[in-house]
Design a protein around this ligand. Structure first.
Ligand code: BMA
Length: 829
């Protein structure tokens, strides 16, 4: 068996006469990156402007309307192989594949792989391999015209083609309709037989909960027994008996695939396995699993290997006094999900390198996140993605790729969706990090509430996928993993899909129409989306936009704000809470601050109801280009203040002040396996730092639970609401919690006054700020001085006399004076 990548020597050309192609590109043959796409090829050749800068995007729409042909030459030496296949791991999207001008196959689904037998068309010596990619628009619009338009949140035909939906533009994404060979392509020579699919069903029985929680697993008693049941399908050209051999943890099992058959099941039992645990619950142990296929002489014909993990996962949805819970249970332990939604990290998939993913996952972990939801408008991510999640103990929820639209169930879509789902379920089922499949994003909600039913007039819209086809495929191919028909979904068709009392919910009235304090009116069982916008980092804006000066509504800023009425919603949020911005830098600081405040308030409120609510998935972790959006990490990978707020709000041990029965109370949330015992001190203090009242209580929070401590009246009733706050502390290792009795805009703040020192340290500087007055949400923006400079903390509130220390990493020495003045250093006051 020989695999030969064909990643060299490719060129791409616009197919003559398909669309108005700019004159300089019409007859041009351009070097092409494979895997890659035409946008990045044209960019690398200097033929287009960067679509991510200014409003270049609007002048590049023709690319998605054009047909393209990718071509390369392959030097071919015949051997004695029975078969030679051209294997395409992913084509984007409507492809006709030829070898020496002979058509060998077609494709129309970005989310599938293809294998074409090319043995009879290859010639000794040079061969031409070409992939023609028809305009995704033409294909999608053709089906739309044939079937009639269907409801859709955006005016683009993405629901009529199996291709990454957000490629057609989203409320945070550019419209860059790509074409390309987006996954590896190569020749596969083989004889006798090959492994067509290998699908391990991994189970574990034994001690379960508690055995590994907290990372402290005692040996001996209650050993866990792992079992891997391998479902193998072979493709064969010779009718001989074959042997499949599976090996894991020094245990080997064989099975014979008799002549004439092409499937077999072989099971391996592994005694005394160490379980795979999610972050915070134990180590994510994995075991290399190898499957080999042998001919009657014992020769290895094919080999497949993965790292699997032994863990159980169930969804607890047993109705209770509050409705229908939605609790993820891993190894018998209910998990509070501290999640974020994941969108494609770049509109051009080829740029999302393993290093970039590793960095992004580090950032996620740094913010105390334990789950990524791969959202349905994006893509099934790469093996690198799920492998990293496996190795880090990050949980993954995977949506099937349907978002914010009605999807036709007519052909060719029904067949494509079934094939795509079967392939992706088989591929991803090997990953222990994957704990949940979801049918779609917001489509069942859309059908209920967004006026779809009238427009559909009885036509299909995807219900058959979400409630019939996909659950059948998951049950058949991935029987150990839960499936939930939609995000949101309440568990039954007679319930509203976004009912807070049942299943999962999205909260979007906050942001769209209501103030963020409204989060406190909801106690959802599981919150799968909620978000609040802010602009990206200053350095990101300056790289992407030439606006002079930058203003909230300057042309580039306006172009890089895709949300309906986004700027007005940002302003509405500012007006409700913060003093009016006086210039762009203030606007930038205050909108970023408001985003962080909104989400922190939401997360802390929802976590304070741990038990009823068992998870929050913030919309959204990342961006795919420089844009004002709901993300915590911007399109250039820079952390917004929200990231620091998330790190606090998602901490294992959270101390927070929450309104209870009209008065503030202290809530301690313990998301660790150890009890949290300590002393908590709450003071009512003036902005000048004068203590007005103080109380000390012992807190004793059992593992994985929450305790509310009511406060005496002298703490909860300020003498002057606009000049006082509560400070709650619980000792080392727990961030203190603050409670202001008034909105910042109503407070008469003293003008910020402080002493500062700036000291060179290895790789950067240390900035110490000692407050002379209260400093509200002190934030340092070193990226304003150097684009690669990063700071370790943000949004720090100091009372007079207190000191904050910021460590700034920077590749060059930074100007100390600039570091300690506006706009690089800013506070509300
Ligand atoms: C939800 C998501 C996305 C969208 C976000 C912000 O609808 O599922 O489709 O980007 O809200 O509007």
């Amino acid at each position: 068996m020989i695999q030969q990548n064909l990643h060299d020597g490719w060129t791409v050309r616009a197919v003559p006469g398909t669309e108005p192609v700019p004159a300089e590109i019409v007859d041009r043959t351009v070097p092409a990156g494979v895997p890659g796409c035409v946008h990045t090829d044209l960019l690398a050749a200097g033929l287009i402007d960067d679509p991510y800068l200014d409003d270049n995007e609007v002048r590049l729409g023709w690319i998605g309307h054009t047909d393209w042909t990718y071509t390369t030459m392959v030097d071919w030496r015949p051997g004695d192989d029975d078969r030679v296949d051209l294997v395409c791991a992913g084509l984007d999207t409507v492809a006709t594949v030829t070898v020496n001008d002979v058509e060998v196959g077609r494709a129309e689904n970005q989310h599938r792989s293809y294998r074409f037998d090319v043995g009879s068309v290859l010639r000794p010596g040079e061969n031409t391999v070409a992939v023609r990619l028809d305009s995704a628009y033409r294909y999608a619009e053709g089906h739309r015209d044939r079937l009639g338009d269907l409801p859709n949140a955006y005016p683009e035909p993405f629901n009529f083609i199996r291709k990454t939906a957000c490629n057609f533009g989203w409320d945070w994404g550019p419209t860059v309709v790509t074409a390309g060979i987006w996954q590896p392509i190569g020749l596969h020579r083989w004889s006798t037989a090959r492994l067509a699919t290998v699908r391990p069903v991994v189970t574990v029985t034994g001690a379960g909960a508690g055995a590994g929680a907290g990372g402290a697993r005692g040996g001996g008693a209650g050993a866990d027994v792992g079992r891997v049941e391998l479902h193998v399908a072979v493709e064969r050209v010779a009718d001989v008996p074959l042997t499949v051999r599976a090996t894991i943890a020094d245990v080997t099992a064989d099975v014979t695939v008799p002549a004439g058959q092409d499937t077999a099941v072989v099971a391996v039992t592994v005694p005394d396995v160490r379980r795979w645990w999610p972050r915070g619950y134990g180590e994510p142990h994995r075991y290399p699993l190898t499957v080999t296929l042998h001919d009657p002489a014992g020769t290895v014909l094919d080999e497949w290997s993965r790292q699997v993990g032994f863990r159980t996962v169930t969804l607890d949805t047993t109705p209770d006094a509050h409705g229908t819970p939605f609790t993820l249970v891993v190894n018998d332990l209910p998990i509070f999900v501290r999640g974020v939604n994941w969108i494609p990290d770049d509109a051009f998939a080829g740029r999302v390198t393993p290093d970039r993913l590793a960095h992004r996952f580090d950032q996620a972990i740094g913010a105390n996140i334990n789950l990524l939801r791969v959202w349905g408008g994006g893509r099934y991510e790469s093996e690198d993605f799920y492998d990293l999640a496996d190795s880090l103990g990050l949980l993954v929820q995977q949506d099937f790729l349907f978002a914010c639209a009605a999807y036709p169930e007519e052909e060719p879509f029904a067949t494509e969706v079934a094939a795509e789902a079967a392939e992706q379920v088989t591929r991803l089922s090997t990953h222990p990090s994957l704990v949940l499949w979801t049918g779609n994003n917001e489509n069942i909600w859309g059908w209920h509430d967004w006026g779809w039913q009238e427009q559909l007039a009885g036509r299909t819209w995807g219900r058959g996928y979400y409630l019939d086809l996909l659950p059948r495929i998951v049950a058949e191919l991935d029987p150990t993993r839960p499936y939930w028909p939609g995000s949101p979904w309440s568990g039954r068709e007679d319930l509203h899909p976004n009912d807070p009392a049942h299943g999962t919910m999205h909260i979007w009235d906050v942001w769209n129409t209501h103030d963020y304090t409204r989060y406190r009116e909801y106690v959802p069982r599981f919150l799968a989306e909620f978000g609040y916008q802010a602009p990206p980092a200053y350095a990101t804006l300056r790289r992407a936009l030439t606006d002079q000066p930058l203003a909230p509504d300057s042309p580039g800023m306006a172009h890089h704000q895709k949300a309906a009425d986004g700027d007005r919603k940002l302003q509405r949020g500012l007006d409700a809470h913060l003093p009016a911005p006086t210039d762009f830098d203030r606007w930038h600081y205050l909108t970023q601050l408001n985003q962080a405040r909104a989400i922190q308030l939401g997360v802390e409120h929802f976590r304070s109801h741990r038990g009823v609510c068992m998870g929050t998935i913030v919309w959204q972790l990342n961006d795919c280009w420089p844009v004002t959006s709901w993300s915590a990490i911007d399109g250039d990978g820079r952390r917004k203040p929200l990231w620091y707020a998330l790190r606090r709000a998602y901490a294992d041990r959270l101390l927070t002040v929450q309104p209870r029965d009209g008065a503030p109370a202290v809530v301690a949330v313990n998301d660790t396996g150890r009890p949290w015992r300590g002393t908590s001190t709450v003071t009512r203090v003036t902005l000048d730092g004068e203590i007005r009242a103080k109380t000390t209580t012992e807190v004793d929070v059992p593992a994985y639970s929450v305790v509310t401590v009511p406060l005496p009246a002298e703490l909860t009733r300020p003498d002057r609401a606009t000049a006082e706050l509560l400070v709650a502390e619980a000792g080392e290792g727990v961030d203190r919690a603050l409670w202001f009795f008034a909105e910042d805009r109503d407070v008469t703040w003293p003008t910020a006054d402080f002493d500062s020192t700036v000291e060179r340290v290895d790789g950067g500087v240390r900035v110490r700020v000692t407050a002379r007055t209260v400093l509200r949400d002190l934030t340092l923006y070193p990226d304003r001085l150097h684009p690669d400079a990063e700071v370790d903390d943000a949004l720090v509130t100091l009372l007079p006399g207190e000191t904050a220390t910021f460590t700034v990493h920077a590749p060059v020495p930074l100007d100390g004076a600039a570091l300690t003045t506006r706009p690089t250093l800013d506070t509300v006051n």
